[in-house]
Design a protein around this ligand. Structure first.
Ligand code: G6P
Length: 503
């Protein structure tokens, strides 16, 4: 586990000065940056251990993994929630990066984060795999918190700074921030899909969201289809005109006409750093140890996801269960390690999913495991980067079978770690990564028979065939890594018309 212990007392300030002196002190301590990012989460989450010390752990999810590598070594600020409800810790420096926590109360976590972000927007933006819940109270909270983020960003942004806002939790921040600070250059990137207009139209607050986003100078999406869905929503729901192929024009209330560009720039991984990690003797040794600990199977399969209904874990387990039943696969020759990283555990749909996944794992193991030969090794935990690199290196087949996913960085991490050109990637067509990784063994996870066939094809492919595919996959990820992605995004943001009259 990546854990750092921070002496919280040393980051807090006691201040006995008179209010006007305090105001002056605050002025003096004012910290401003030319590059600021805002995401719902900070790169580290705060928890308090049994000794009452604050522990900071790396936050879950692809957004943090990607942005962490982009921001390390840069002079900048990151505005986000520290992951627990209540008072926010004081801002602090983490390896040169200024972290500014935004507070969320217990109620705000329930309404803005678990409610509107993850029980309204998340299902709508992921094909309504589970039904979305609409509550006006959640929407009120979402607006309030987005305003709070905009204010926090404004406080740490130097004049004319570049601000990069991330993801579906903060879609109103671009316009709130522009109201506060018209001098800033504002970009927004959506890490998840943007839904087709027919689904987006269900949102009672769809036009407010479109206008919230249009406060940005540039809007980035994972796939061209996502950018087109957004432009469609602008045309058909907000009745705005789209000019050229990828621009939308509008006139904000009391303002001048503006033009905003929306385009696809797919996210990636830190290829060099992750490959170097996979090549360390410690990780290589750990990979062998992992294989040994599961009985040195002929085929070790790996699934690793946040425990989320979008990830297709149930479909994957069903296909595996049937392959065991058909006698096509059997332990101890074949073992599946399924990592399910705990996620959003207070949201009902996630609780239900956990019950279903753990029930199925129990059924599979009850019927198909033997003493010393387990069919599914199920791990409901979060692992360090080192452990994950070792898992990837150990796995003969990596199963990435989401029903819908903005990108899926697990797929890209797996190929990055396979510098030995070993391994095979089974990849759902419904991931953003499928557009780029067309040499993977692609599948439709809804088609259980098709999924079974694809898994068997990957398991039985010759070493030459697997090498050929892996080489092509690695070339793509090496050429388009997270640094290239960030540079392309920032270039597009700089190229955006700065002021209405420049458009
Ligand atoms: C996805 C989202 C991120 C989110 C992450 C983890 O990657 O795009 O915005 O941070 O999941 O989810 P959580 O709700 O725990 O932040």
């Amino acid at each position: 586990m990546d854990t750092v212990t921070i002496d919280v007392a040393s980051t807090e300030t006691t201040n006995d000065a008179r209010p006007e002196q305090q105001e002056e002190q605050r002025e003096e301590q004012r910290v401003e940056y030319d590059f600021v990012i805002a995401a719902n989460r900070l790169p580290v989450d705060r928890t308090v251990n049994s000794e009452g010390e604050a522990e900071w752990r790396r936050s879950p999810g692809g957004l943090v993994t990607a942005m962490d590598s982009v921001m390390r070594g840069r002079d900048g600020a990151w505005v986000g929630w520290a992951g627990d409800p209540g008072q926010a810790p004081e801002p602090f420096l983490d390896e040169g990066l200024y972290l500014k926590p935004v507070p969320l109360s217990v109620e705000e976590v329930a309404d803005y984060y678990e409610g509107f972000s993850n029980d309204t927007l998340w299902p709508i933006y992921h094909d309504v795999i589970v039904p979305a819940t609409f509550k006006r109270r959640w929407w009120e909270s979402y607006q309030r918190i987005n305003r709070r983020f905009a204010e926090a960003v404004s406080e740490v942004s130097a004049p004319e700074a570049t601000v990069w806002i991330h993801d579906y939790q903060l879609q109103l921040v671009p316009s709130y921030l522009r109201e506060l600070r018209p001098d800033l250059r504002i970009g927004w990137f959506n890490h998840i899909p943007f839904p087709p207009v027919e689904l987006f139209a269900q949102l009672p607050w769809r036009t407010q969201i479109v206008h919230g986003l249009l406060g940005a100078d540039f809007l980035g999406f994972q796939r061209p289809a996502d950018a087109n869905n957004f432009l469609d929503a602008c045309r058909r729901l907000a009745h705005l005109t789209t000019s050229r192929k990828d621009c939308v024009s509008y006139t904000p209330e009391g303002g001048k006409r503006r033009t905003v560009r929306a385009a696809a720039i797919p996210i990636s991984v830190d290829f060099k750093a992750l490959e170097a990690l996979a090549k360390t003797p410690e990780v290589e040794a750990r990979a062998l140890e992992i294989r040994e600990s599961v009985g040195n199977p002929k085929v070790l399969m790996l699934g690793t996801d946040r425990l989320d209904y979008t990830k297709g874990i149930r479909h994957r387990l069903k296909a595996y269960q049937e392959l065991l039943k058909d006698g096509e696969l059997a332990p101890p020759d074949v073992v599946l390690i399924q990592i399910a990283v705990p996620s959003r555990e207070r949201v009902e749909a996630y609780r239900e999913l956990r019950g279903q996944v753990e029930g199925t794992v129990g059924q599979i193991n009850g019927v198909y495991s033997n003493v010393g030969a387990t069919a599914v090794q199920y791990l409901h935990q979060n692992f360090s980067r080192e452990e994950m690199a070792a898992m990837y290196l150990a796995a003969d087949v990596c199963l990435v079978t989401p029903l819908r996913d903005g990108m899926n960085l697990v797929a890209k991490e797996y190929v990055t770690c396979r510098y030995d050109l070993g391994g095979a990637l089974v990849l759902s067509e419904f991931t953003g990564a499928a557009r780029e990784l067309n040499q993977a063994f692609q599948c439709n996870p809804h088609d259980i028979q098709g999924l079974k066939n694809t898994i068997l094809t990957a398991v039985n492919a010759s070493a030459t065939e697997k090498k050929r595919r892996m080489r092509a996959l690695r070339t793509r990820v090496r050429r388009h890594d997270v640094q290239t992605w960030a540079q392309q995004f920032l270039d597009a943001l700089q190229a955006a018309p700065k002021r209405p009259e420049d458009a």
